[in-house]
Design a protein around this ligand. Structure first.
Ligand code: NAD
Length: 357
């Protein structure tokens, strides 16, 4: 039996999480593995109920589970709260509390969506790379931070990009280990021409690489990497980078796959793991049953692989997604016209009904 903590979150979070739950129930039925789901509130939903974006009880539930599944958090109704009270702070607190420092974002183009990207088909056909983003350090957590009033009408906003040797070492080890299971190439992305924190990043990644001589290492500045991702994304196998750069580059990479609604993620620590779609709460389409649930469903596939080592189950979920897309079913975000347009919940039903072991 595996214990899963579920945080549906806000906006489209509950809509896509529900489709992920259908898939978990289905794989439970056919694999005879028991998945025990327990729920708690996170983000805006938690603020509305408890006046804080995550409670100690919710954090304890996550810590006592074998894996955590999140929908998405955030929304305009909570945008004016101070930073520590905002929905995203709940997410950051959860990541920090579980020390899930390695965020994996696989970028994979399904053959039936090759013509959907804004890039030319030949640029993205067969695309398959992995972004390994450092998730519990860098500018999102560094201090000093805040907004100070200097004089009347003049304020000063400060955030701090900070990395230590152990933080860089552990993410580098993860990246090189994953590369060994892939095409054995790591690209480290930084801004070492300007930032001291990036100079340390590059030095430590280079040192860790000595233990992985069967893996090729190259370096790119983040601005160059952003350009290369749309020029020739197939050159990449594993990209390892900081929290901020990874956040931005993975949204850019999402568009190579056709939609941000297609991109799953796993955040791994030494003891805990969080699975969630890369996208946010999409307030513009909330409540319309039109979100793409595939990122959430593929996040379940990652959970089966990385947390439970159920490789056949993970593959059966990916195959079901692939088959549903190949049959022409599309949510609005990936509908190029002429396809069979379906809602979020129908896409969930179609995928779960195609799962077989
Ligand atoms: P977003 O990812 O929510 O939306 C960006 C665009 O992509 C929107 O047009 C949206 O409709 C579309 N989109 C996103 N997911 C989709 C899906 N599954 N299917 C179809 N279309 C989809 O990003 P945003 O608009 O910058 O942020 C909205 C809110 O979400 C903000 O409050 C932000 O802080 C929060 N956010 C949360 C997370 C998270 O929970 N991990 C991540 C990013 C943003």
């Amino acid at each position: 039996m595996y214990k899963i903590a579920l945080f549906r979150g806000d906006g489209i979070g509950p809509e896509v999480a529900e489709q992920a739950v259908k898939v978990i129930r289905k794989v439970g039925e056919i694999s005879h593995v028991v998945f025990d789901l327990s729920e708690a509130l996170l983000g805006g939903a938690s603020i509305d109920e408890y006046e804080r974006p995550v409670t100690p009880e919710a954090l304890a539930l996550a810590r006592n589970s074998d894996a955590v599944l999140i929908g998405a958090v955030g929304g305009p109704q909570w945008d004016n709260l101070e930073t520590s009270m905002r929905p995203e702070s709940g997410l950051l607190e959860l990541r920090r509390s579980l020390e899930t420092y390695a965020n994996l974002r696989p970028v994979h183009v399904f053959p039936s969506l090759e013509n959907h990207s804004t890039l030319k088909e030949e640029v993205i056909r067969g695309l398959d790379f992995l972004i390994v983003r450092e998730l519990t350090g860098g500018i999102y957590f560094g201090t000093p931070r805040g907004i100070q009033k200097l004089t009347e009408g003049v304020e000063r906003g400060v955030n701090t990009e900070v990395y230590t040797t152990p933080q860089i070492e552990r993410i580098a080890h993860r990246a090189f280990s994953f590369a060994r299971k892939r095409r054995r190439k790591v690209t480290s992305v930084d801004k070492a021409n300007i930032l001291e924190s990036s100079q340390l990043w590059r030095k430590v990644v280079t040192r860790v690489h000595r233990q992985y001589q069967d893996v090729t290492l190259d370096y790119r500045y983040v601005d160059d990497c952003a350009m290369q991702l749309v020029r020739n994304p197939k050159q990449f196998d594993v990209i390892v980078t900081t929290n901020l750069f990874g956040d931005i580059l993975s949204d850019e990479s999402a568009m190579l796959t056709g939609s941000i609604g297609m991109l799953p993620s796993a955040s791994l620590g030494d003891r805990h793991a969080i699975y969630e779609p890369v996208h946010g709460s999409a307030p513009d389409i909330t409540g319309k049953d039109m979100a793409n649930p595939i990122a959430a469903i593929l996040s379940v596939a990652m959970m089966m692989e990385y947390s439970f080592h159920l490789l056949d189950v993970a593959k059966s979920i990916e195959d079901a997604v692939s088959r549903t897309l190949a049959e022409g079913y599309r949510t609005a975000d990936i509908d190029g016209g002429g396809a069979k347009r379906v809602s979020c919940s129908v896409m969930g039903d179609l995928i779960q009904s195609r799962i077989g072991l």
